[in-house]
Design a protein around this ligand. Structure first.
Ligand SMILES: *Cc1c(COP(=O)(O)O)cnc(C)c1O
Length: 400
């Protein structure tokens, strides 16, 4: 089971930098180490694959200010979902014109907050939200979000988001009358989407919305194809170029006049840059004749590993004993909640030599860990992050 690398051509240096930091860092685990040059490499490979399309980084994937500052320097735009994310990006030096308020569910006060700070791009998927935007963000550019099934993805983002295409047509058509500028449609095919062809049905649906509006005299300009680009965990994934090629082919197939594209990656830009160092708390058997050991780590579902919900994401685990014999395990977190089991159905094996106090490194852990750790469940402290390998003098320094 080899981890596949989709954008980390330089994995050796990446791991050396992180290992060197960990060797000199006796501090308590768990903690996350983010390799900034890997974030930069992933950004450049994705931006390169999509040509001139703006790249809106979905801040929730990893809101560390050093990551945001780096992406500002690289020329990224940002997909934000709250007042705090607006402020975070602006404090990191982002231009408010580079922010898209992509959450379709916003408090009026938060819309006003963003608008007062210069944000002029918002997403909606209901008439109620459209009216809020008309009132609190007059003159703004708006996207309508369409639903997507999430099929083929490890973490679907369906049902909660998007309105029916005929409703999208109706609402985008009404936007100018409400003083808003309808720019296009957006969708999300589900996070860790393993099949590059899964964008095609959504692009076809978007093209029908564009065409209907065109015949009604409303000319949309932009198609936001969302996030979902897969990061390398335990199983190999398609390279980013394959995603871009499939998306460009679908756009050519379904649109007579191809619109400008925008992309909204989260996971792809930050997952592979992060390694989570944790520690074994207990290795135990629950029956004398049980072949499976239970390995309890000092991090689990509440400490930042929300992506193990439903065993959706299969992280690669590295220990100091990987050269020795291994056996099957159930892997669980440290809290007093029984949902805090990371892997029970997925056949993980860990070394027989593994003992309490040994380190376990969780690779590909840069996405959705820092942002999902709880504050204080069973006394767990929030997850600490360190950044290594700054590529600009004023972004991220080790040990901050
Ligand atoms: C979370 C999110 C993204 C990023 O998704 P990934 O699967 O991490 O690439 C993009 N757009 C929106 C609206 C999101 O909510």
């Amino acid at each position: 089971m080899n981890q596949s690398a989709t954008c980390t051509v330089d994995t050796e240096t990446h791991h050396q930098r992180i290992r060197a930091f960990m060797a000199g860092h006796p501090g308590p685990s768990p903690y996350l180490v983010v390799d900034l040059p890997t974030v930069a490499r992933c950004y450049r490979s994705l931006a390169g694959a999509f040509g001139s399309a703006p790249v809106f980084y979905a801040v929730k994937a990893n809101p560390d200010p050093r990551v945001i500052r780096l992406l500002v320097r690289l020329g990224a735009s940002f997909d934000v979902a709250s007042r705090a994310e607006v402020d975070l990006c602006l404090a990191a030096g982002a231009d408010p014109a580079a922010l898209s308020y992509g959450n379709t569910v916003k408090k009026s006060a938060d819309i006003r907050h963003a608008y007062a700070r210069g944000v002029r791009l918002f997403v909606f998927d209901s008439v109620e939200e459209l009216r809020k935007l008309a009132e609190h963000a007059p003159g703004s550019r708006v996207f309508c979000r369409l639903p997507a099934s999430g099929e083929g993805s490890r973490w679907p983002l369906s049902r909660k988001f998007g309105c029916a295409p005929d409703m999208a047509v109706e609402l985008l058509r009404a936007a100018p009358g409400l003083g808003l500028d309808p720019v296009g449609v957006s969708f999300h095919v589900g996070s860790q989407q393993l099949d590059p062809q899964r964008w095609d049905p959504s692009i076809a649906q978007a093209a029908r919305v564009f065409a209907e509006l065109r015949s009604a005299g409303v000319h949309l300009r932009m198609l936001n194809v969302g996030g979902g680009f897969a990061a390398g965990y335990l199983t190999p994934v398609a390279p980013i170029d394959a995603y871009a090629a499939a998306i460009h082919a679908s756009v050519r197939r379904h649109f007579a006049v191809p619109p400008s594209l925008a992309v909204e990656p989260g996971r792809y830009l930050v997952a592979e840059a992060g390694v989570l160092r944790c520690e074994v708390v207990l290795v135990a058997r629950k029956h004398h004749d049980d072949e499976k050991r239970w390995v309890y780590l000092d991090i689990g579902r509440y400490g930042g590993l929300i992506d193990t919900e439903g065993e959706a994401i299969h992280y690669r685990l590295v220990t100091e004993h990987d050269d020795g014999p291994s056996g099957p395990v159930v892997i669980a977190g440290p809290t007093c909640d029984s949902v805090d089991i990371l892997y029970e159905r997925t056949p993980y094996r860990l070394p027989l030599a593994l003992r309490p106090g040994d380190h376990v490194d969780i690779l590909g852990a840069g996405a959705y860990t820092l942002s999902s750790a709880t504050v204080g469940f069973n006394g767990l402290p929030p997850l600490t992050a360190y950044c290594v390998g700054s590529e600009f003098p004023d972004t991220g320094t080790a040990g901050e």
